[in-house]
Design a protein around this ligand. Structure first.
Ligand code: FO1
Length: 320
């Protein structure tokens, strides 16, 4: 029986690593947001896929969370002398991955195939499936117009106020066929990792048919809150919520997933919100969701799996 985990960038990858310590490759697969992808300097950049890949390979940069550890930046320095674009930093070792992916995509490989090959070379045994092989590109609406996601996130450091989001191409994107096949087999649970609901998870679940596929498994669908005590552990989730006039609370994250999830994992600091979240028709568990050490990641993964076992042993008749 397989756990299918949906993940975006750095926060999601932390729980993902914890889950790989407890579940074998035939018990756990990852579905990754590709709304952050873009073409840059001739490369296909797939930041969330790469963050997960480097994290699972234990080669992620511990300071940034993205990119590789032990990185050097000679290419960026040389590019700067030519007046090239250096706002998005590609390290020398990271360039090797990007050159490999470019070559494979140019030879006709799908993003899924290229990702599988990269994972194989980095020694990752679990499936890492881009949410779709079709391009979906997140755009962030601001009062001054829509911005391509990486322009908003990296170039402009999330400074512009957010008024909404667009996922260009999502209407015609097909769910990753490997995921479709996996969901036809026995599914233990669907886990939404603590990623940004608006720009990491929504692009995945807005692919036509995705929500029905996930709910159609009949397995628990649970989300782990990326908001703790009114703050995002990482990234602009809380800032986005405030700008969208949504209180930055775990309860609002749970409400955002209404109709998709059946259960919710909230942090100890938000325990007071548990009754309100249960009033949404969700099963809940309170856990330590802030992951600093590797042991924190494994402990949260363990708490999530225990919760799943309890949900499966005592399913409630109807949710959301
Ligand atoms: N994030 C940054 O804040 N600055 C960067 O220069 C940067 C480069 C980069 C290169 C490759 C890659 O796979 C990711 C990179 N990221 C960078 C992270 C990434 O763009 C964001 O964290 C995600 O898109 C949000 O999940």
């Amino acid at each position: 029986m397989r756990v299918v985990a949906l993940t975006g960038g750095i926060g999601g990858a932390k729980l993902a690593l914890g889950l790989t310590r407890l579940l074998e490759p035939d018990e756990l697969s990852f579905v990754v947001n590709t709304g952050d992808d873009f073409e840059h300097l001739g490369f296909h950049i797939s930041p969330d896929v790469d963050t997960l890949t480097y994290t699972l390979a234990e080669e992620a940069n511990p300071e940034t969370g993205w990119g590789r550890r032990d990185e050097t930046w000679h290419f960026m320095e040389a590019l700067e002398r030519f007046g090239g674009e250096t706002w998005f930093r590609l390290g020398d070792r990271d360039l090797a991955l990007h050159t490999f992916r470019r070559t494979r995509l140019d030879a006709g490989a799908t993003l899924t195939q290229a990702t599988r090959e990269i994972c194989g070379k980095l020694g990752i045994a679990h499936d890492v499936w881009p949410m779709s092989d079709d391009p979906v590109r997140t755009r962030v609406r601001t009062p001054d117009g829509a911005l391509a996601f990486q322009h908003y996130f990296v170039r402009d450091r999330c400074a512009p106020a957010v008024t909404g989001f667009e996922f260009a191409g999502v209407e015609t994107a097909a769910v990753n066929p490997e995921l479709v096949t996996a969901l036809q087999g026995p599914v233990r649970a669907v886990v939404i990792c603590p990623s940004n609901p608006f720009v990491s998870v929504d692009p995945i679940v807005d692919i036509p048919g995705m929500r029905d596929l996930l709910r159609g498994t009949g397995a628990p669908v649970l989300a782990v809150s990326p908001i703790v005590g009114g703050q995002a552990i990482k990234g602009p989730t809380a800032k986005m919520m405030r700008e969208l006039a949504i209180p930055a609370t775990a309860e609002q994250v749970a409400a955002h997933y209404a109709g998709l999830i059946t259960a919710f994992v909230l942090d100890e600091r938000d325990a007071a919100a548990q009754p309100a979240i249960e009033a949404l028709g969700l099963d809940t568990v309170v856990a330590q969701t802030v992951m600093v050490t590797l042991q924190d990641r494994v402990d949260l993964a363990c708490a999530v799996l225990d919760f799943i076992d309890r949900l499966r042993a005592d399913p409630r008749p109807a949710h959301g």
